[in-house]
Design a binder for this molecule. Structure first.
Ligand SMILES: *Cc1c(COP(=O)(O)O)cnc(C)c1O
Length: 439
């Protein structure tokens, strides 16, 4: 019996149809490490392939361990369905490929994860899908870039390095007035932000980050809000409204109507995942289930460590600027308060007075923090983007993305705050010779 709770702490443990394993009564979700599933008889097999009945066929397309993860994340977000994928990159590619083809366009925020930027600016472009990048500080930029071929808007909730929270409702409203769904990458703010409550239609996750939470596995998730009327805008979405030749002429908005507003997520599973094969392994799905169970608890501690660190850094003489949502002002701050609840996330940026050299020395002097290109680990992480993730960009491009020479990004983990601050303290002194006054 699925839980009726609305609370994230309960949903991540109990949501969905899984209560215990039907074969063994095991409480923990088993790792169904199997490629295929025996059909009961030939009629059953024909029904499954004909989508007359839902059930397991082959693990490239569905798996019971993945299914538990999908149901719980869909419930956490208030969506109607979800699709587990091999990585966050696969999830962002699928999110667009599911509704856009060569000759179409997407309007995306400029504030993006580097991997997403490369996918949009290069790979999708080579495949004939144009991504138009617009500055999200003015939501109207999305309207201005929209035309009859626009299939989606795309943005991140809490993009680094600037950490300017995206105007979700403002852009979702523009999209809905024009028949364009908003896709939100909520990787940096699970639990804190609920994009569907603000009008987003689809959520993308890299489960690699906070959902996994322990830096062990690469994975992604697509979540369907079930709140976008694909039929009303049939001209924009022929793939969902016209017979699909790859599935004996199924019209997705009609074929699955009796099961709810799940046309988008079903099509992604039975065509894109079937054909491109970016499936999440059952073992990784199991690890993400373990992570998800403590996600609300961990997010609280990540956020508490982050705000304490941001405030501590602000008083350090070697630091000229601390980038953190609670220090923002005006419209940027209003958006942070409107869309993040219970914390401002666990990413903190700061700038060192002495630039690139100090940034490099600081990173090398860290003892507790790991120097890695990742976020959302239980351990605290740091990186100096100017010499790593953003080193391929020209100096002008670096400034435009918000990366100055002395910029350091921290992803706060779950260690005790005293140990986190002590490590930052000794590394800042080693890099700059400057000491923070005792309190
Ligand atoms: C890491 C990340 C991705 C890509 O996810 P992978 O699981 O590494 O493929 C996408 N978006 C954001 C915001 C990320 O941090």
């Amino acid at each position: 019996m699925p839980t009726t709770s609305k609370h994230p702490e309960t949903l991540v443990l109990h949501a969905g149809s899984y209560r215990s394993d039907s074969a063994t009564n095991a409480v923990a979700v088993p790792i169904y490490q199997t490629t295929s599933y025996q059909f009961q008889n030939s009629e059953h097999a024909a029904n499954l392939f004909g989508l007359k009945e839902f059930g397991n066929i082959y693990t490239r397309i569905m798996n019971p361990t993945q299914a538990v993860l999908e149901e719980r994340i869909a419930a956490l977000e208030g969506g109607v369905g979800a699709l587990a994928l091999a990585s966050g990159q696969a999830a962002s590619a699928f999110a667009l490929q599911n509704i856009a083809r060569a000759g179409d366009n997407i309007v995306s925020s400029t504030d993006l994860y580097g991997g997403t930027w490369n996918l949009f600016a290069n790979t999708l472009k080579e495949q004939g899908l144009e991504v138009r990048f617009v500055d999200p500080s003015d939501p109207e930029n999305f309207r201005r870039a929209t035309d009859a071929k626009t299939r989606a808007y795309y943005a991140e909730t809490l993009p680094n390095p600037k950490l300017h929270v995206f105007p979700i409702k403002e852009v979702a409203d523009i999209g809905r007035s024009l028949g364009v769904p908003l896709i939100m990458d909520n990787t940096a703010a699970p639990v804190l932000c609920k994009p569907f409550e603000h009008g987003a239609a689809i959520i993308v996750y890299s489960t690699t980050k906070y959902i996994g939470g322990h830096g062990t596995s690469i994975g992604g998730m697509l979540v369907d809000g079930g709140n976008f009327d694909w039929e009303k805008h049939a001209d924009r979405f022929p793939g969902l409204n016209q017979p699909d030749p790859s599935y004996h002429g199924a019209i997705w908005t009609q074929a699955v109507k009796p099961l709810g507003p799940i046309a988008y997520i079903i099509k992604a599973r039975v065509t894109l995942l079937r054909d491109l094969g970016s499936a999440m392994s059952p073992f990784n799905a199991f690890l993400f289930i373990q992570g998800l169970e403590t996600l609300p608890l961990r997010m609280r501690q990540h956020c508490e460590n982050a705000i304490k660190t941001a405030e501590w850094l602000k008083k350090h003489p070697a630091v000229t600027n601390v980038i953190f949502p609670s220090f923002q002002t005006g419209e940027t701050r209003r958006r942070a308060d409107a869309y993040l609840k219970g914390g401002y996330g666990a990413l903190v940026g700061f700038e060192l007075k002495e630039g690139k050299d100090a940034g490099r020395k600081f990173i090398d002097a860290l003892k507790l923090f790991y120097h890695v290109a990742n976020i959302g680990d239980a351990r605290s992480l740091a990186i100096h983007p100017a010499t790593t993730t953003h080193s391929q960009l020209s100096p002008e491009e670096q400034i435009k993305t918000g990366v100055t020479d002395g910029y350091v990004r921290l992803a706060l983990g779950l260690e005790h705050i005293e140990d986190i601050l002590a490590d930052l303290d000794q590394a800042l002194t080693a890099a700059t010779g400057l000491k923070r006054a005792a309190e």
